[in-house]
Design a protein around this ligand. Sequence first.
Ligand code: NDP
Length: 613
Amino acid sequence: MTTTEPIDREALRRKYREERDKRLRPEGNEQYIEPKGRYAHFLDDPYVERVEREPLTDEVTVAVIGAGFAGLVTGARLRQAGIESIRLIEGGGDVGGAWYWNRYPGAMCDTAAMIYLPLLEETGHMPSAKYVPAPEIFAHARRIATTFDLYRDALFSTQVTELSWDDTISRWIIRTDRGDVMRAKYVSMGTGPLHRPKLPGIPGIETFAGHAFHTSRWDYDYTGGDPAGAPLDRLGDKRVGIIGTGATAVQAIPHLASAAAELFVFQRTPSSIDVRNNHPIDPDWFATLEPGWQREWLLNFATLQTGGFAEEDLVKDGWTDIAQRIRDRVVEEISNGAEFTPETIAAAFEASDDEKMCEIRARVDQIVADPATAEALKPWYRQLCKRPCFHDEYLQAYNEPGVQLVDTDGKGVERIDETGVWVAGRHYELDCLVFASGFEVGTSYSRRAGYETVGRDGVALSDRWAEGMHTLHGIHVHGFPNLFIVSLTQAANLISNVTHNLVEAGTTIAAVVAHAEATGAEEVEVTAEAEQVWVELVSSGGGMGILGNPDCTPGYYNNEGKPMGRRERLNSAAYPAGPVAYFHYIDGWRTSGDFDGLEFRSDRTEPARSPAS
Ligand code: NDP
């Protein structure tokens, strides 16, 4: 879809700033409620019955905390490296992480399955479609666990409560809410970047007497239906409200719209909804792919999505589209005599984004029948300021009878009472309220993980990182020997394909553990110097880029619109030369055999084993 009218860039800029200013809140990230205390039930697992078991006091070689893709790919690589004793420890009732919890109707991944689903070649799975639904992703997580025998020794429905280093035995002690006090020689933590649900801090939220749940704990007993797409057949006589219009709500709303007697969508900021164009994958074509194809696809996507050149766009989607538009504009400007400067790139970015966002707003007009609703659904900010969404049924849902968009003009829901929701002085009576309010970002690592990690000399990770993350490669922390963190931050930070980062981290961790085991090391730890050099390198990058721009609406991508201090910058820092350069760098680092920056210690005399308590 293209627009033919010329764009008044100044007017657009003014509009973006006005809309952003409406949404800036002095409390920033503090506006959200943590699901604890009287809100703790929002975290209950609706998918399994808790089974009691005896506490464990044994020892494993590697404990992997978190059995989402971070833990699974690390476990798989460890298995491939010959490590026998691996224990997954997971709060959910199975593997899958985000895909265990997020079973809301319509859940699927916006990143193409050919690159999003990890270890496709290793597991022999062909994705059913370009973008696959959540049950297929969950099944793939289970497939990885089965292929690499990771269910053996795994503990589910088990929340780690404390992780502490015992220097006298060079082991980690892991305590859990099941009374376990286990030892592990190494610990890998993959507790996820978007893991802990948050609730909107709306006055009166605790008073609602109808049925309420967070999207990551979908209550199918109440709504009817199932994650595979069966209709939500118990909502036929219900007035349902949903708070939030982010990536989750966009996927769930079409299902609620067709099932509920009435649906009220409470919107603070509209998402940008680009085309999705899903299609099945042809098995004959899939069979022609040569071994090594997934690595090639991963690097092709990462290259194009970050402004690089490739002969072919293998994935060809909304992510690579916007990036190539910007890149091609920069090339055009340079061929017209402009210099290759940050200003040239910024101008090309703005022009491409203006064009893209005009298309996205025009698409709303084309699909949504009611002009006032269409107007309210238009996003007025740059596409990458918030998570871009891609959907071919979301906007159409507003044409269904019984569906009402309640736009709050950037202010959010006013208050909640026993029977419903108030917006602009009007009361909306509801039977059920769904919180599509997202997940904690920017809170401390320990708060999100749900436990504290205490390293050498009793130093807590929260204190060590009080002024921001300090790591080598996002993985190793000085003072925390034999501990590895699987994350995006201070590494590639490729957010358009999270699992690519996780596979690289898992592969690196397995290489380090294999080397330590092969050389008889008892401890492996990053030196203070190597950590410092890396922190300086990743903090030398370009800051917030477009996210610091006043055209950007507040959200979790930009610290809710508040200026970023050193802590926030470190917590979202990335390798300055970009994701592809990082992937090449880390591949060289781990295959060279030098493991620069790490110290492997095997000189510890056989320590006196103390009881794990
Ligand atoms: P988000 O944080 O993206 O969205 C939360 C929503 O709640 C926003 O619309 C927010 O409005 C709204 N909200 C918060 N407080 C209030 C309030 N007081 N009144 C009214 N509305 C309020 O969470 P999601 O669960 O949608 O998505 C989280 C992330 O998970 C995504 O960004 C994405 O990374 C991932 N994801 C990916 C999917 C995919 O691949 N398709 C699908 C689902 C999730 P406002 O925008 O104004 O802050």
